[in-house]
Design a protein around this ligand. Structure first.
Ligand code: ATP
Ligand code: MN
Length: 478
């Protein structure tokens, strides 16, 4: 295996020949020697190359600027300089690619996140985004590891579907019909019979319904795949294309579902703490720096690492939706009319309400249960009160809803009635209803928005900064 900078920073220093390939983060000509700082993505750390102009002519080194890609051969020696224990004395430099300093966007100075986003095609080379994407990888790995270690099977739910899991619009249509000349039937409607699948199809908004089918046979399963929502929400927490993790478990009731969700997120956050210490350190410093320009009340109450540790070490607060409404109604915020949206039983909690509960009232993650059935999806198990369903939302500081889940309605009649009440086609979802007709079982599951988790762990304020190539309204560059 080729040695990466990560390897070169760990091996013993023995004046041995080494080879370094990577991109220039910084360079400085000090008269007799040049210092070139390199990074190759294998680690947040950099490796310093020292070029003696007696060995390599200055003219050859002069065009090497920030952003250039090099292959350096030289000796790994102890460094006398501050800030590093080792460096490479260059013997030869092969230039793979230069970067014109008048054009390369990431010169060594501070850039706004907005500017970096406009240059997202090159941002994997920056210290901040290198850290974000390494952590993203580690979290994805931890998720698979957690489920594998706990007897779950990874199932692949379809990306093109004919069903809308939520029974609410906001879907991207998938079609091969010619847009210039759409075939119509006798009623003047689009004739989907002529479409590729012979029916209307869309990109999936959730893999849950299919995960349920698999769970009612395999026991414990999870999906981890892309999800698409054509919602026109330009928020810092919504993407048009995001990744969702959806575990679904036979024989789990709401309580088990909550226990799993809490254990699961604590595990993956703990895994990142353990395996991404250097990257988290970079992001914690970035955040402290960013918050200097914020008002005291807008700053996060804890530095990043402390916040992550806090979440892994303390039990989440669990309460019902009804209790949450009572807390909101009794809050000084409500009395001083600080909430923009009305608070009363039956409302869909707004982000400001969720954040009040989590950040001001409890100051820790919160799991809310038993929501009014009107504001939740048709498949959630109905409670005996006739008003609420066994839903659970996990709310996180700074993020709001990170997980949405429920115990599922396993009773055929109740499910069918609810679908009919809501005008959801029981004919189209015949296969879903079949699971309740044949060997139905209590079961539960939830959906975790992967990017919201990455946001929480990295402390990045905008969801567009935690996915390599964000998709959002009017944004599909790169
Ligand atoms: P919200 O109210 O925040 O829009 P939701 O109720 O639409 O969320 P669900 O349909 O329950 O969310 O989806 C499950 C999870 O997927 C959410 O808890 C969230 O973490 C994530 N999620 C939902 N919509 C988006 C989106 N547009 N972009 C990124 N993540 C999302
Ligand atoms: Mn939504």
């Amino acid at each position: 295996m080729k040695q990466t900078i990560k390897d070169l920073l760990q091996i013993p220093i023995q004046n041995q020949e080494v080879s370094v390939k990577g991109w220039v983060r910084n360079e400085r000509d000090s008269g007799e020697v040049a210092f070139i700082v390199m990074n190759d993505g294998s680690t947040p750390k950099t490796l310093q190359i020292v070029v003696d102009f007696n060995k390599i002519p200055r003219e050859q080194v002069a065009p090497i600027k920030v952003g250039a890609c090099l292959h350096v051969k030289g000796k790994l020696v102890a460094s006398a300089g501050k800030g590093q224990d080792r460096e490479v004395l260059a013997e030869s430099i092969e230039i793979y690619g230069l970067a014109n300093p008048n054009e390369y966007p990431f010169q060594p100075k501070k850039h706004s996140l907005e500017f970096v986003r406009e240059n997202a095609h090159l941002r994997s080379r920056t210290a901040t985004f290198g850290a974000v994407f390494r952590i993203r990888h580690t979290l994805a790995y931890a998720i698979h590891k957690y489920f594998n270690d706990n007897g779950f099977y990874y199932v692949h739910s379809p990306i093109i579907t004919a069903s809308d899991a939520e029974g609410a619009g906001e879907m991207f249509q998938v079609t091969t019909l010619p847009l210039q000349n759409i075939p119509k039937n006798e009623q003047g409607e689009v004739d989907f019979k002529q479409d590729f699948f012979g029916r209307s199809t869309n990109l999936t908004v959730s893999g849950q319904l299919e995960a349920e089918l698999m769970a009612l046979g395999l026991g414990k399963v999870y999906t981890f795949g892309p999800t698409f929502r054509a919602e026109n929400s330009n928020t810092t927490r919504h993407l048009a294309e995001f990744w969702m993790i959806e575990p679904e478990m036979a024989f789990y009731e709401l309580q088990d579902n909550m226990d799993l969700a809490e254990d699961f997120v604590k595990y993956v956050i703990g895994y990142a703490l353990e395996h991404c210490a250097e990257d988290l350190d970079i992001l914690e410093k970035r955040l402290l720096d960013e918050e200097k320009s914020k008002k005291q009340e807008e700053r996060s109450p804890m530095p990043l690492l402390e916040k992550l540790k806090f979440v892994t070490q303390n039990p989440f607060e669990r309460l019902t939706y009804t209790e949450a409404i009572e807390i909101l109604l009794a809050s000084p915020y409500h009395k001083k009319k600080k909430f923009q949206f009305e608070v009363k039983w039956g409302i869909d909690l707004q982000s400001e309400h969720e954040r009040y509960l989590v950040e001001k009232h409890f100051q820790k993650p919160v799991i809310l249960t038993n929501y009014p059935k009107e504001i939740k999806a048709f498949y959630m198990k109905q409670n005996e009160d006739g008003k609420t369903v066994r839903a659970m939302d996990v709310l996180f500081p700074g993020i709001g809803e990170i997980i949405g889940g429920s115990q599922r309605e396993e009773n055929y009649e109740k499910l069918k009635n609810r679908m009919e009440e809501l005008g959801i086609s029981t004919q189209e979802l015949w296969w879903y209803l079949d699971t309740r007709k044949f060997g139905t079982a209590p079961h539960s599951g939830f959906g975790l928005g992967f990017e919201r988790l990455v946001q929480f762990v990295t402390g990045m304020g905008n969801i567009r900064d935690v996915i390599p190539f964000p998709r959002y309204p009017k944004g599909a560059e790169f």
